[in-house]
Design a binder for this molecule. Structure first.
Ligand SMILES: *[C@@H]1O[C@H](CO)[C@@H](O)[C@H](O)[C@H]1NC(C)=O
Length: 444
């Protein structure tokens, strides 16, 4: 089948004046051209009826084709915040009037405000990373590579940027605190980005189609996964998860991160914060101040100051606990295959670049699936909390094998959604090495 975009080239008439085409022989009659135009019109009509009879199928090609491309070279000499010698990327040095500074920079770089690649208000930089030295776990680096490949896949499909950081940007802000300086630096490095999306190295995108419902967060500056009553009633340090968060690139976020970071190991008050956190959260058993407890603490104790800008997402797997997810992946695979079998448009092959259009086409069939726990929708992000793939020091609650099998399963489940566009599939989610080619109408 011809795609709507291909038909566009047929719409371009050949040049009419001979002066621009000196090498071409003068046509003896204008009839061949007219005939070609007629055929092109027929094709457009046929395609139009094809598109219009497929509900939910719209690539909005006209809008995207007309948008200005992002200009990766244009950097005019007009001064911006980058010319201020006091500018610092470090979490130690406050940055003020960031909203104005960003706006000013954007004014000089207008191609990032519109443009197909910029995604119209969806400018997102995914930031992730791991330690600077090799993993202790013999397969740790292999696992980190696969987790990173998964993020690269997701970002490529959706046109997001991704930054992998593997050095401590603040030498004392180690382990779970290391993300804050990385996110802060990413904000300054990417003034064009509206959002910075931190995703832990041990979290995998397990729905390559799902996109953040950004419209829902338009009045918020920080999005975390969690449960409000566990924050405010149970006062639990695991009421949210700080391993995945979406934070707006704005002054509010810089100030919030300053306060958040002030509980970290680089602060003279680190020990004091450890005690305060332990006293606040009965279920917290270790004495050190940690970023997640710090975040819950700010939600709980400084609700007036920060609370109305923080969205606690509990509706879908903004990130989800792997133990409650991995067992469901086989059934979910079957459900999706069942739908694809029934819908010719979903069954057929297409280019990876236009995946988002097919994800939209799938959506009506997922209405019944629901979201989050007990749902048969693909979980958006599966987080291997407690598995510690790099160090190998997994939580004693589960065996190393269950972690390893779970990771293989989730990563192959995600990979199958990617490999499909390349013509292959892992038939067994526990066998990472084997793939089979997909026949043309593979689900039929
Ligand atoms: C998967 O589906 C089968 C058959 O419908 C069902 O018996 C089983 O409980 C399901 N497993 C999970 C983990 O939901």
């Amino acid at each position: 089948m011809v795609s709507p975009d291909l038909s566009r080239s047929h719409l371009q008439p050949p040049p009419l004046t001979m002066t621009k085409q000196p090498t071409r022989a003068k046509p003896t009659s204008s009839l061949p051209f007219l005939g070609g135009a007629f055929v092109a019109l027929l094709m457009v009509y046929a395609l139009w009826s094809f598109v219009s009879t497929n509900p939910g199928f719209s690539f909005n090609e006209q809008k995207k084709a007309n948008a200005d491309p992002v200009n990766l070279r244009h950097d005019p000499p007009d001064p911006t915040f980058y010319d201020d010698p006091r500018l610092s990327y470090s979490i130690d040095r406050p940055l003020r009037n960031w909203d104005d500074k960003r706006r000013e920079w954007m004014k000089h770089h207008p191609s990032f405000s519109a443009g197909a690649r910029a995604g119209g208000g969806e400018r997102i930089v995914v930031v992730t990373g791991s330690q600077a030295t090799p993993c202790k776990n013999p397969i740790g680096d292999h696992l980190l590579l696969r987790f990173f490949k998964n993020k690269v896949d997701y970002c490529r499909i959706h046109g997001y940027d991704v930054f992998y950081n593997n050095v401590l940007l603040h030498p004392e802000m180690h382990s779970y605190w290391a993300k804050i300086p990385a996110v802060r630096a990413a904000m300054v490095a990417h003034p064009e980005a509206e959002w910075i999306w931190w995703v832990d190295s041990d979290a995998a995108f397990t729905d390559m189609d799902f996109k953040l419902p950004l419209e829902r967060y338009k009045n918020h500056n920080l999005v975390v996964h969690g449960w409000k009553n566990m924050i405010y009633k149970e006062k639990s340090w695991v009421s949210i998860n700080a391993g995945v968060f979406l934070i707006r690139n704005c002054q509010w976020s810089l100030e919030f991160m300053e306060v958040w970071a002030s509980m970290g190991p680089q602060s003279p008050n680190y020990d004091k914060w450890g005690k305060i956190q332990k006293a606040t959260f009965q279920d917290k058993l270790f004495p050190e101040s940690d970023d997640q407890s710090g975040l819950v603490y700010l939600l709980l104790k400084e609700k007036e100051k920060w609370g109305d800008k923080i969205y606690v997402e509990g509706e879908y797997y903004f990130e989800g606990y792997w133990l409650e997810i991995v067992g469901t992946l086989d059934n979910i695979t079957e459900k999706y295959e069942g739908i694809e079998k029934e819908v010719p448009g979903l069954r057929r092959r297409h280019a990876e670049k236009v995946s988002e259009g097919y994800a939209e086409m799938m959506e009506p069939y997922l209405k019944e699936a629901g979201y989050g726990r007990w749902s048969w929708r693909r979980p958006f992000i599966t987080h291997f909390t407690g598995c510690q793939p790099c160090s190998g020091k997994h939580n004693k609650l589960y065996s190393g094998k269950s972690c390893w099998d779970g990771m293989q399963k989730a990563l192959n489940f995600a990979d199958n959604q990617v490999l499909r566009s390349f013509g292959y599939v892992h038939p067994d989610l526990l066998d990472s090495s084997s793939v089979s080619p997909l026949p043309f109408d593979f689900q039929a």
